[in-house]
Write a protein that binds this ligand. Sequence first.
Ligand code: FAD
Length: 285
Amino acid sequence: MSSTLSFEVFPPNTQIGSEKLFKTLKELQLMQPDFISVTCSNNRQTIEETTLKVANYIHKELNVPTIAHLPAAYLSQAQLAELVTQLDQIGIDQILALRGDILPDLPPKQDFTYASDLIDYVKKEAPHFHISGACYPETHPESQNRVEDIKNLKHKVSVGCEQLITQLFFDNELFYHFQESCYLADIKVPILAGIMPIVNRNQALRLIKTTNTKLPRKFLAILEKYEHDPIALREAGLAYAIDQIVDLTTQDVSGIHLYTMNNAEVAKHIYHNTKNVLHGDIKAG
Ligand code: FAD
């Protein structure tokens, strides 16, 4: 059984970042990913200029299947309907339906309290859309416990989410445990594993500060040992991600979703070192 490979990119804030992203996207296209997804900030004012612009380019110019992320907590139903229409007009019919993070000083709108409300709405208004959703092998931080989180995930799938993409993780065992919980709850849609290669110290420090993802001993040892050696840190970080991917494919993961951080070189390295593993079928006999 082969596994899919997809990439995530984010729309940058600067002109230089944008130019770099369009170059990156051309390189990502050469790797024939199953899709490229484009993140979206919670700020609706900029969606047209950011997510939609980048998604349009990937879809129209590069002819690569595209998923637009759509966080809805701060959208009214009318605003959401308008965005869905715009996506439809571009020809993109795949979204990653999200609630999005709730900002501490800004109360969300009431129309879409959870991602499942958004999925329910889109499935009724535009049933041809293919909808992915987010999931959390280590449980969503706001969830009381794993059981509640899995129940909510099951609801997300029952209203029309056809594929799940995980939050990044560094411990595959946690992913397998989560996958098993999904099977037991009769959640049968493909679950793509979100993998983020760590290639520099700042990225690692940011991660440690902002995430509650478990960092295994082997991973922490890399950060400590190569703290002052950026080349070795990059090499070891890439090797760690490749090791995770190889292990996941041996367990027949549905797909690998690579958080590229808009870095084509990283994606290329991972691709060239895993493409046979990802696409290799076991021959009978
Ligand atoms: P939900 O699925 O709505 O879940 C949020 C919380 O509510 C969970 O604790 C869940 O258990 C609970 N819940 C769900 N349904 C119910 C219910 N019916 N009753 C009670 N509780 C319920 N954020 C962005 O802003 N932009 C992005 O582009 C983006 N991309 C992402 C991509 C991936 C692959 C992932 C994993 C996350 C991404 N995020 C993004 C982050 C995401 O928006 C946050 O994690 C957010 O806090 C939750 O969004 P969600 O769609 O998972 O929410």
